[in-house]
Design a protein around this ligand. Structure first.
Ligand SMILES: *Cc1c(COP(=O)(O)O)cnc(C)c1O
Length: 412
């Protein structure tokens, strides 16, 4: 036992009791229906194996480690140049955006970066998030002491930008001053996207109000609709106001391998209490070199292979598979008379609960009547109430079977 004072903010964090309750309910259903063929469309994890081009590259990298001439010890904290250059060339220059390899920071995943970025901003920053929201954005700010107190309308120092059917799933610009705006497009959990025109309104707002946008584009590879922005840097002026987070997790199945990257443009600045300016790129570099030793060489070689012609076509085939599943699920929901959003440019479907059901009741109905596990939307924030999330990340056969069950659901 110790009396060592702890970061009190951790005591503010509630248990994510909804998600544990959901887990317990599924476990109970499984126990009481041992023969039920339960299909999980609740998972936010990929199921297809790593592309052969990537595993071959990693095998070669393992061999590099076995020989004195090619062995690597500590790598550059910012990531190996071979990977940063491939990202700059393919993901940015190849799409008409100018991002230098020195502005790219390789990491062990986007979640770490999205949580860690909090380190470089003042505790006094005012934060805006969309609602529903990926919980990491909120919880990492609670830990940093920026969220205030939890009320029935959420945290009282966080500005929520509701995204519902009524707003066409487009967040309105903040009405009170904020310093940081988290945006995630294509969106988890709703599966919806933001057009270039709508995204430009946020970029213009951030330029005018001198605040920073933290842009999570973990699902950009799932976009198929022409014109939907894959990167915030497609928008004029975004280099002055935006940090972008990306990941190989959903793009190339790296959820277990772990690799992502963050772009912090040179010239992006923040202000010290004494009025002086600091380069966000420089302080993020300082943060990373102090607290992080880089992603593994083997994994970075694997990520590099994602950018080879074989790697690209292999991962695109897997994404096309997932999105075929998403289309099947969406068609089934529509056939069942369910209002369904997303699922076109993201592997997530956001299904409106039928009349008389809230998120949890509809979750239960899908479980008990169809043996399908969904995620209640209310777990993602107050504006998620009245929806459930379905994912297209299960195997092709399981997704197709789930679609058949949904299409045949009958009277609700
Ligand atoms: C899956 C996901 C990520 C990726 O996280 P990793 O740590 O790279 O696995 C980032 N943002 C959102 C919204 C996600 O759903």
């Amino acid at each position: 036992m110790s009396n060592t004072p702890v970061n009190d903010n951790f005591a503010l964090l509630p248990d994510s009791y909804l998600f544990s309750a959901v887990g317990a309910e599924v476990a109970h259903f499984r126990d009481s229906h041992p023969d039920a063929r339960i299909i999980s469309l609740g998972i936010g994890d990929v199921t297809r194996p790593i592309a052969p081009a990537v595993t071959q590259a990693m095998r070669r990298a393992v061999d590099d480690m076995a020989s004195a001439e090619t062995f690597r010890g500590y790598g550059p904290e910012q990531g190996y140049m071979f990977l940063r250059q491939a990202i700059a060339d393919v993901d940015y220059a190849g799409r008409g955006m100018e991002i230098g390899s020195d502005e790219i920071f390789i990491s062990d995943g986007a979640k770490s970066d999205l949580g860690n970025i909090s380190d470089i901003f003042s505790r006094d920053c005012r934060v805006a998030v969309t609602d529903p929201v990926y919980p990491v954005y909120v919880d990492s700010n609670v830990m940093a002491g920026r969220a205030g107190q939890l009320t029935s309308q959420g945290w009282n120092r966080i500005t929520y930008l509701p995204c519902t059917e009524a707003t066409d799933f487009i967040p309105r610009l903040p009405e009170t001053p904020v310093d940081l705006i988290y945006l995630c497009y294509p969106n988890n959990p709703t599966g919806t996207v933001l057009s270039a025109a709508r995204l430009k309104e946020f970029v213009d707002y951030a330029r005018e109000h001198k605040c920073i946008i933290l842009y999570d584009s973990a699902y950009e590879a799932f976009i198929s609709t022409p014109g939907v922005p894959r990167s915030i840097y497609e928008i004029e002026g975004a280099r002055e106001v935006a940090i972008e987070f990306r990941s190989f997790s959903k793009t190339a199945g790296f959820t277990g391998l772990r690799c992502g990257y963050t772009v912090v443009p040179r010239g992006l600045t923040g202000k010290c209490a004494d009025g002086s300016m600091l380069s966000l790129r420089d302080i993020w570099l300082r943060r990373q070199t102090t607290k992080f030793n880089g992603a593994s060489y083997i994994i970075q070689r694997g990520a590099e292979a994602v950018y080879t012609p074989e790697g690209r076509s292999q991962i695109q085939a897997v994404i096309a598979d997932y999105m075929r599943g998403a289309r099947l699920l969406k068609a089934a929901c529509v056939q069942a008379g369910l209002k369904t959003f997303g699922g076109t440019d993201a592997p997530y479907l956001w299904v409106k609960c039928p009349q008389g059901y809230d998120s949890q009741a509809f979750f239960r109905l899908l479980l008990e009547r169809l043996c399908i596990v969904s995620t209640p939307g209310s777990g993602f924030g107050p504006a998620g109430e009245g929806y459930v999330r379905l994912t297209a990340f299960n195997t092709e056969a399981a997704t197709a079977e789930a679609a058949r069950r949904i299409a045949a659901i009958g009277e609700l």
